[in-house]
Each structure stands twice: as C-alpha cells, then as structure tokens.
Design a protein around this ligand. Structure first.
Ligand SMILES: *[C@@H]1O[C@H](CO)[C@@H](O)[C@H](O)[C@H]1NC(C)=O
Ligand SMILES: *[C@@H]1O[C@H](CO)[C@@H](O)[C@H](O)[C@H]1NC(C)=O
Ligand SMILES: *[C@@H]1O[C@H](CO)[C@@H](O)[C@H](O)[C@H]1NC(C)=O
Length: 179
C-alpha cells in the first residue's frame, strides 16, 4: 500500500457514509504480547493487561533499555482485522520515530494513536531516550476512534520497534470493537 493517506481518507469517507454518527460503542484490549528481538539492547520488565470492569481493560508495559542514549528509533505499525485469521487492514507504515516526535502533525493515524498514548506514557519527548519506556494503565475509549473507520470486529496492531536500522522488539496489541 503505497498511499496510506489516500486510502485512509477513502475508508473514512466510506465509514462516514455508512454510519452517520459514532461508529463504535465499546472498545477494549483483548490481549497483548511483547517480544524482544535483541535482549542485550532492550527487554520487557512487564507487558500485561488488567481488567478493571466489563468494558475497561488497562494495558501496562515497561521496556528496559540497556544501551542508552537511544537516538535513532524507527517504527513499523501494521493493522490487521480478523476475518479467517488476521488480514492486513487499512494501515502499514514504517517511520522514523525521532523525526515524528519533532513534527507530530504529519502522520494522520499515528497522530491519533499517539494522542491517546501520550498521557499514559513517558514517551512524549524528543529523542534521545535515556530511561525505561513506560506505558501505564492505558485504556481505550470509543471517542478516540471517532475519526477512524473501525467497524465492529477484532483487530491486531503489530508495532515493531527498531533502533539504528535494526528491529529490536515487537508489541502485538489485540483489541475488539462493538457497534
Ligand atoms: C508492511 O510493509 C512492509 C514493508 O514496508 C512489509 O515488509 C510487510 O510485509 C507489510 N505487512 C503487511 C501485513 O502487508
Ligand atoms: C506532549 O508534548 C507536547 C510538546 O512538548 C505538549 O504540547 C503536550 O501537551 C504533551 N502532551 C501530554 C499529554 O503531556
Ligand atoms: C536512523 O534511522 C533511519 C531510519 O529511521 C536511518 O535511515 C538512519 O540511517 C539511521 N541512522 C543511524 C545512525 O543508524
């Protein structure tokens, strides 16, 4: 998919036509798993979900960095939707994360993800990273997705994190939405 932005606009328009108001009424995490690809570089102290109530599930994770400062971070973010197994859906993007942090306005969908992540994490600063990366009790809310066409279903977001042109870790987040 070479033009994610165009595709995003198209599906958003389609979504807006099919559902004139709020797309989803409930959204929650259903699973998470974290994989380190380079233990001497970074490892997960924890990576877990905690159910707070029927419709609230909190995600927390902590990444320990062993080779600081980390000045070069890249991300690949892929969306999947479950049909018969998880299939690529809507979004697959690789970016230079340090550059993104310097100029957040530029990448639509990631900007949305980042907006709900930043109050629950310590990643909201420009590179370098010198401390453990922490996400603390992140909870999804339907209104975060008001601008995103996510029909009811099960999704997987695969976030692969790299540094200095080498993939270091994978975070797989599974979530479910209801209309
Ligand atoms: C996403 O794009 C990368 C290249 O940027 C590719 O290697 C990968 O297979 C793609 N993933 C999917 C699910 O299409
Ligand atoms: C994240 O950082 C930017 C720029 O430093 C700031 O404007 C914004 O309020 C911060 N967001 C949060 C949730 O702290
Ligand atoms: C930093 O990352 C970018 C890709 O995100 C890459 O093009 C560049 O070569 C990297 N720099 C170093 C010093 O590894």
């Amino acid at each position: 998919m070479r033009c994610p932005r165009l595709w995003l606009i198209f599906t958003w328009l389609l979504g807006s036509c099919l559902h004139s108001t709020n797309l989803i009424s409930m959204v929650k995490f259903t699973n998470v798993n974290c994989i380190t690809l380079d233990k001497p570089f970074a490892d997960f102290a924890y990576c877990k979900l905690k159910a707070l109530s029927r419709d609230k599930v909190a995600l927390s994770l902590r990444v320990k960095l062993f080779e600081i400062p980390v000045n070069n971070v890249s991300l690949n973010v892929e969306f999947f939707k479950k049909y018969n197994g998880y299939r690529p859906f809507l979004f697959n993007k690789t970016l230079n994360f340090c550059e993104f942090l310097r100029n957040k306005k530029r990448i639509g969908l990631l900007e949305i993800i980042f907006k709900f992540l930043e109050p629950h994490s310590n990643i909201n600063h420009t590179c370098p990273y010198n401390n453990d990366i922490i996400v603390d009790r992140l909870i999804l809310k339907p209104n975060y997705f008001a601008l995103l066409p996510l029909p009811a279903g099960e999704y997987r977001i695969k976030i692969t994190v790299g540094a200095y042109n080498d993939w270091k870790a994978i975070v797989n987040v599974f979530l479910q939405t209801w209309e």
